[in-house]
Design a protein around this ligand. Structure first.
Ligand code: BDP
Length: 708
């Protein structure tokens, strides 16, 4: 059990359960070709039934009406074409499917071939959980766009990757052996992801050389049988750097011709190309502003290059901000950037441009309010960007199940134009009548067999896919399903992993950054481990404005950066005032003294102290809780996770003490419970007699009890 098959293990059910399954004589997969997702579905189901139920079953693609109790996989139209009755099938949306196990046969019908594959995975998922209940239902996706973004570099490294090397690229080229890429496609299809952008948003122009374009074609060929289409991230200055043109100005005819030509070539290799993802004028990347043009000019140039070839989309990232902001100007605010750069361009983007908006206004922090840009677009469509990569969330060395965090975003009511406007209804396209919108997420899978470097981190990928389909899915139910599929049906296993998972985000918020102050990690480079002092005094704009008297960003309209005013009226009014701002976002919107009393009655500083103790105390229960699973799951994965949970428990103490000591030193207000700085029981390593060790200063000093 090395994790490679993730939640698609198809572990055998107990023999008595296996026996209670009503057998079928044949799988009839009405596939149009060997690369069709329905062909994949037929093989997958055959394999799954063999492993889960210990039964052999043949697959055929030819329909014989007198086959006794078959399992039929097809599209609604292919089934109708062979004379199947479709009058009971509800109307399906793109990628949706209908599944019925009532009666003698099983019928899995997709709106398209991809939908049929999704339905097959769904059927396998319930079989694998030992659930043979008769069902008949249709289900459709909430988000039409359900993509993932890989941040893989051509040299084989992965930006913010914590699980090995890329399985797409190496030494500047597409890998010859794409076995893992195909296995990944299978995982993604099983959670109904329909698009993958295969390279880093910090892109390199050599992706577009002839050899690599052919390589992209090979990647697309591996993905297609799983209903997945590929897209690429482009480097804006490619016309200059790869094409040798004097400029990359998006309005220059030669530049446009160059992109048109590149796009045509790419379509020769990838005829079903999804489109382009663009990170421009962001964190040092060139972009249209470099050439005195608008962001819409840039986006539309790509959109028009795609247009003649079909339905390709430009995902234009809204992550545009000045990373040399002047902190001394109290009006400056990175959180304002997305609205400032994009809102006025709402009517300017072509219809095949989608703006890709990080879920919060800053950058994947442990808690952020919804990105206000999502309330400022009407005509321009958007996708939300989540991060399965735990960049600021313990980098997969800590268990943090993020579905509950994402739910706080998806369930938030933006009150656009004074009307109910849940983020999930904006993303589904319903609220603003968008024809295409939805979801994307950064996934830092690597060639480690665990995919993400930690078996437990995989629940995030699983839950992400489920939420794109149904944003109302329950985080508890999702992690339970995932656990049963990944670790087996034992109740203790399911209960323990569910408990740890559901406690993990609150715990992490407790020992990292509370009250909306962001993740208090090293903000300049690693984004890992406590370093509250690094937040201020730099141009990056993830500020806390902590001084001896108080902390928090004043983002009010009245006295601050005006960020609260970027939200629709009712939400703006709530965030404008301390009294109506929820405690968990207080310091995001307000600068208050350490002695400020929260709605809970505690002062801000005491809340910090307590939350750090409570959060790290919770993390310290994780290894103990996990011990209950010894011998209930395989040793290999047991030890792997046990090691990481033990590390997390220890690191949570480092977090706790570093953050508490830092603020304690800043404000001089003691902990009411006399814990902070009072480590009587602790033996300091640097005061011991040392053999083979030397004493060094630790940076930041608060990371070690006496800075050494
Ligand atoms: C930041 C990451 C950086 C990414 C950037 C982005 O630290 O590595 O390039 O986001 O999303 O969070 O473009």
């Amino acid at each position: 059990e090395d994790g490679l098959s993730a939640w698609l293990r198809y572990a055998p059910l107990p023999a008595d359960l296996q026996k209670s399954y009503k057998s079928h004589s044949k799988i009839i997969a009405l596939s149009s070709s060997k690369t069709s997702p329905i062909h994949t579905a037929g093989k997958e189901l055959q394999d799954g039934i063999r492993r889960i139920l210990n039964q052999e079953i043949d697959v055929t693609s030819s329909f014989q009406p007198d086959t006794p109790s078959p399992i039929i996989i097809g599209t609604v139209s292919s089934y109708a074409a062979v004379g199947g009755k479709i009058q009971d099938v509800p109307e399906l949306k793109e990628d949706g499917f209908f599944l019925t196990t009532k009666g003698e046969s099983v019928l899995i019908l997709g709106e398209n071939e991809r939908g049929a594959l999704y339905g097959t995975f769904e059927y396998l998922s319930v079989l694998a959980q030992g659930n043979f209940e008769e069902v008949a239902y249709a289900t459709n996706p909430s988000g039409k766009i359900r993509w993932v973004n890989e941040w893989d570099n051509l040299d084989g490294s992965i930006e913010r990757g914590y699980a090995g090397k890329s399985f797409f690229f190496k030494d500047g080229k597409v890998l010859q052996d794409l076995t893992r890429a195909a296995q990944y496609a299978r995982l993604l299809a099983s959670i109904r992801i329909n698009g993958i952008v295969v390279n880093n948003v910090n892109a390199h122009c050599s992706l577009l050389n002839d050899e690599n374009m052919a390589g992209l074609g090979r990647i697309a060929d591996k993905m297609r049988p799983f209903g997945l289409r590929i897209g690429v991230a482009l480097y804006f200055d490619s016309p200059r750097e790869l094409g040798g043109l004097p400029t990359s100005d998006p309005l220059d005819p030669a530049v446009r011709a160059w992109w048109n030509d590149i796009t045509s070539k790419l379509y020769k290799h990838v005829p079903d190309l999804l489109g382009f993802t663009i990170k421009a004028n962001s964190e040092g990347q060139p972009g249209p502003l470099t050439y005195g043009r608008t962001l819409a000019d840039g986006a539309n140039m790509f959109a028009r290059a795609l247009k003649p070839h079909g339905d390709g989309l430009v995902m234009y990232r809204a992550f545009v901000y000045n990373h040399h902001l002047d902190e001394s100007d109290l009006k400056n605010d990175r959180a304002n950037a997305a609205v400032e750069y994009f809102a006025h361009l709402d009517a300017e983007f072509d219809e095949n441009v989608i703006v890709q908006v990080k879920f919060g206004a800053i950058d994947f922090q442990v808690r952020e309010p919804v990105n206000p840009l999502l309330a400022n677009l009407r005509k321009t469509k958007a996708v939300i960007e989540f991060q399965i990569c735990q960049e600021y969330m313990g980098q997969q060395s800590h268990v943090v199940y993020m579905a509950p965090l994402w739910k706080t975003i998806l369930d938030f009511d933006l009150r656009i134009d004074g009307k109910p406007s849940l983020v999930r209804d904006v993303l589904s396209g319903e609220r603003l009548h968008w024809s295409k919108s939805g979801y994307t997420a950064v996934v830092n899978v690597g060639n480690d067999t665990t995919w993400l470097g930690n078996h437990l981190a995989m629940s995030n990928l699983y839950a992400y896919g489920r939420l794109c389909w149904n944003p109302q899915a329950d985080p508890v139910a999702m992690v339970q399903d995932w656990t049963r599929l990944t670790f087996g049906l034992n109740k203790t296993v399911v209960d323990t992993i569910t408990k740890i998972s559901m406690e993990s985000w609150p715990a992490y918020e407790g020992y990292s950054g509370n009250l909306g102050i962001q993740t208090l990690c090293d903000i300049i480079y690693t984004h890992y481990g406590p370093s509250p002092g690094s937040m201020d005094g730099n141009g990056w704009g993830q500020w806390t404005r902590a001084d001896a008297n108080g902390l928090g960003m004043d983002r009010t309209v009245a006295t601050g950066t005006g960020n609260a005013g970027q939200y629709p009226e009712e939400v703006a009014a709530m965030y404008e005032h301390i009294e109506t701002t929820p405690d968990d976002l207080l310091l995001w919107f307000h600068h208050v003294p350490y002695s400020h009393r929260l709605k809970s009655g505690k002062t801000v500083i005491q809340h910090f102290y307590d939350a750090h103790y409570v959060g790290s105390a919770t993390a310290q229960t994780f290894p103990t809780q996990w011990q209950a699973l010894r011998s209930l799951i395989d040793d290999h994965r047991f030890e792997h996770v046990a090691f990481r949970l033990k590390y997390q428990a220890g690191h949570s103490i480092v977090w706790r003490d570093a953050v508490n000591r830092f603020y304690n030193a800043k404000c001089g207000i003691p902990d009411e419970k006399n814990r902070v700085g009072n480590y009587k029981w602790r033996i300091e390593a640097h005061t011991m007699e040392l053999d083979g060790y030397k004493v060094v200063d630790v940076k930041p000093a608060e990371m070690a009890s006496q800075g050494k």
